[in-house]
Write a protein that binds this ligand. Sequence first.
Ligand code: HEM
Length: 152
Amino acid sequence: MYTGLLHFHSLLRWVLLLLLIAVLAKAFMGRKGGKVFGPGDRKLSLFTMITAHLQLVFGVVLYMISPIVQGAIANMGSAMKNAPLRFWAVEHLSMMLLAIAFLTIGHIKAKKAATDNAKFSAQFLWFGLGLLLILLAIPWPFREVGADRGWF
Ligand code: HEM
């Protein structure tokens, strides 16, 4: 189960990244072009949120069963002095939680804003901040913490 879930969690990152780029591009063009915030924009925002929350659920399960995380938690004192263990026990989890909170705020603010322009602006700001954090918290293969991991 652990390996399958890890692969799924890894693949789902790309779906989320593509959705986030689509939301940001639509919000940017919508604001610039003075477009109407239509049902398509609402659905895209909702679908992105659902994907992010799915990723959160799988992440929480992985956190509970991952031998790396469990090993780190068992000896938190020394894990905090070890960069890769600290990343898995604390940093990945907390940055992703914050990023998903930003996406949720953006979704709600876009829904509640009074004008189309304000809806696109809220989306652009909060989804942009969320994407930035997610990019920083992913264990990319070119980082020390992701050196033994792949792109998918
Ligand atoms: C936007 C949200 C997230 C993204 C894009 C994301 C992305 C990733 C990626 C790319 C990996 C590496 C997969 C691999 O090497 O095959 C990973 C692993 C992992 N993630 Fe996430 N993650 C997210 C949220 C979370 C959250 C919220 C948690 C915890 C609550 C979490 C816990 C974990 C754990 C425990 C691992 C595996 C550690 C191990 O190798 O045993 N993730 N994540």
